[in-house]
Design a protein around this ligand. Structure first.
Ligand SMILES: [Zn+2]
Length: 221
């Protein structure tokens, strides 16, 4: 697959928007459109890509606030973790939603996408694997991981989700939901060897680190 990934930082809390396109077919997916939908639509038009999927990693507002506008402009189907489908329907009532359990193989207009269940930051977080790339939402950041103390979050569940991500091939490129790290992207191999949350030797160690006062957290941007 001749893949192109467009990454742009948007909003006040350093969110990333992604367009993932198969250049051979022009099929394109967007990950977590929340801000600057007009800009994303211009980027699509200038490349002659057609939107075939809206991939939602989780339904916090800074990841889904643009879904309704995106769906109204493109009619693209929306994918989201099943237990967050109702939350999505409330913020994007026009969305044609496919609920995911994780583990599905999607083919959206020639783009092959594998879903991974990564709950723990929220109740039904999903990561998306596309041809050696993984889009991790707020589960895994460059050098950090997401919080587990919001509604629906759970540290033990987050630990298991991070282990699932760490089991991807080391060369897999990581595309997180926020620009919190030293670099905008990394690899699973780099995270495995340097991310303090992936270096935890046990679930208990992870929970103590994630929920403790001295939890590593990104510098304020
Ligand atoms: Zn979040």
């Amino acid at each position: 697959m001749d893949l192109e990934i467009f990454q742009t930082e948007v909003g006040l809390i350093s969110n990333f928007n992604y367009l993932i396109a198969n250049r051979e077919t022009g099929a394109c997916a967007v990950v977590d459109p929340a801000f600057e939908v007009d800009r994303l639509l211009r980027e699509l038009a200038s490349r002659r890509w057609r939107l075939t999927a809206v991939l939602v990693t989780h339904t916090h507002h800074d990841h889904v606030d643009g879904v309704e506008a995106m769906v109204q402009a493109t009619s693209a189907p929306v994918y989201v973790g099943a237990a967050e489908a109702d939350a999505l329907a409330r913020s994007a009532p026009s969305a044609k939603v496919t609920p995911l359990q994780g583990g599905e193989q999607l083919d959206v207009g020639g783009l092959r996408i594998e879903t991974l269940p990564t709950p723990g930051h929220t109740v039904a977080g999903i990561s998306y694997v596309v041809d050696g790339n993984v889009f991790t939402g707020d589960t895994l950041f460059v050098g950090f991981c997401g919080r587990s103390d919001f509604s629906g979050g759970d540290a033990a569940t987050l630990y298991r989700s991070l282990r699932r991500l760490a089991d991807l091939p080391e060369e897999t490129r990581v595309w997180p939901g926020h620009d919190y790290g030293k670099t905008p992207t990394s690899t699973i191999g780099w995270e495995r060897t340097t991310n303090p949350y992936l270096l935890c030797a046990s679930e208990a160690e992870f929970i103590a680190l994630r929920t403790g006062k001295n939890a590593p957290r990104p510098p304020k941007k």
